[in-house]
Design a protein around this ligand. Structure first.
Ligand SMILES: NC(=O)c1ccc[n+]([C@@H]2O[C@H](COP(=O)([O-])OP(=O)(O)OC[C@H]3O[C@@H](n4cnc5c(N)ncnc54)[C@H](O)[C@@H]3O)[C@@H](O)[C@H]2O)c1
Length: 361
């Protein structure tokens, strides 16, 4: 059993639930700078070992691995500290928000010999896992193109103080999900361009950066893809238009994974058409709390996969290299919004002294 410490108890709530329900983890300690939140979580989970000081978890020899769920702009610092203290790391998405730190992390990971995993939760939902399995089994032939979106009414998120700061961007916080889907199937994106805007809802709420965006991508082999995100207005009923979707169009079939309705559809190369939905037991695995704002099942899926990778010494993906590659893509998207021009990923990597080889491209 891996001995776990959790940092940041907002979304970290899902990880508390996941680790307590899993046979692969022993939860040792939870930490948040907000004492009241620590007390609330201690009561909610009947788990008393909490601290407001990250150093307590870093210096504990009873902890093997730290799972990080602090605000985006703090991830780098918290990952770095964990590695320096000899801990394995899970860090939620977006992995880091500035590529300037990438080389330091690559070096630290090599020196510490600890594993790093990006908690890219959307890959670990039932429909997304099924879609990947079917694709890898050749059910839709060769990939032609991908379309993915993440649209959500996230006005509630704007109550968090850090979401209204200049450092917060929905480009990283939201579009990291569909952009990661693109890289799952087309890892080597060469160029991206897009448009973004701040909606009147976002502006009135005090958001500083774009909350509505559309992007197109070109992979090195010429294939193309697109993603979009919109975060500050109502959405359609999920039964009609899922909040997050990934559509694969292949040479012999096509498939679609829908997120919040837990729905998957596929036309296979034999012409068979299937629509699969999952029942109550699966829904309960994913959505353990009120509403659908927390989805602990995905976290349990990815934490257990990461535990297996440590115990059986294989690499769990997305790993550090893949995580940095996706941040490079997000940074290129950001630059395209800023300049109104297409941006090459290689230029972003060069500007940050990152070689393609160092991130497995
Ligand atoms: N699907 C997903 O994977 C998913 C979903 C939601 C949020 N997230 C990610 O989780 C992260 C946190 O989001 P959230 O919604 O929980 O935000 P939040 O503001 O609710 O929680 C962050 C917590 O971190 C704590 N914190 C900050 N600095 C700290 C420090 N130095 N030491 C200890 N605690 C500290 C804060 O007190 C706060 O309680 C973000 O990066 C977000 O993108 C991922």
């Amino acid at each position: 059993m891996l001995r776990l410490g959790i940092l940041g108890l907002g979304e970290g709530r899902s990880t508390i639930s996941a680790s307590l329900a899993s046979k692969k983890f022993k939860l040792i300690q939870i930490c948040d700078a907000n004492k009241k939140l620590c007390e609330e979580r201690a009561l909610e989970f009947d788990f008393q070992n909490w601290t407001t000081n990250y150093q307590d978890m870093l210096t504990s020899d009873k902890i093997d691995m730290i799972a990080i769920y602090t605000p985006d702009h703090l991830h780098f610092e918290h990952i770095k500290l964990a590695l320096e203290h000899g801990k394995h790391v899970v860090c939620t998405k977006p992995f880091i928000d500035d590529l300037a730190h990438a080389n330091e992390l690559l070096e630290l990971a090599k020196k510490s010999r600890k594993k790093i995993f990006v908690g890219q939760s959307s890959r670990f939902f039932e429909p997304a896992m099924r879609q990947k399995k079917d694709f890898d089994a050749g059910l839709i032939g060769e990939l032609i193109t991908i379309e993915s979106h993440y649209h959500a009414d996230h006005r509630w998120f704007l109550e968090k103080g850090w979401s209204l700061k200049q450092s917060f961007k929905w480009l990283y916080g939201g579009l990291s999900h569909p952009a990661d889907f693109i890289r799952w199937y087309l890892p080597d994106i060469e160029e991206v361009m897009g448009y973004g805007m701040l909606s009147s809802n976002g502006l009135n709420a005090g958001l500083k950066n774009q909350d509505t965006m559309h992007f197109i991508f070109k992979a090195k082999d010429g294939r193309i893809a697109r993603v979009s995100g919109a975060y500050t207005g109502p959405t359609q009923p999920a039964s009609r238009d899922s909040g997050m979707s990934c559509i694969l169009r292949g040479t012999e079939g096509a498939s679609q994974a829908d997120y919040h309705e837990l729905r998957y559809s596929v036309t296979t190369k034999t012409g068979e058409e299937k629509i699969i939905t999952w029942g109550d037991a699966t829904l309960k695995h994913y959505f353990r709390f009120e509403g659908q704002s927390h989805h602990a099942g995905e976290y349990q899926n990815y934490l257990e996969y990461f535990a297996d990778s440590i115990n059986n010494n294989f690499t769990a993906y997305p790993d550090l290299k893949e995580g940095i590659g996706t941040v490079a893509l997000l940074q290129a998207m950001d630059k395209s919004l800023e300049t109104g021009l297409p941006v090459k990923i290689n230029d972003i990597l060069k500007a940050n002294n990152i070689t393609r080889e160092s991130i497995g491209l």
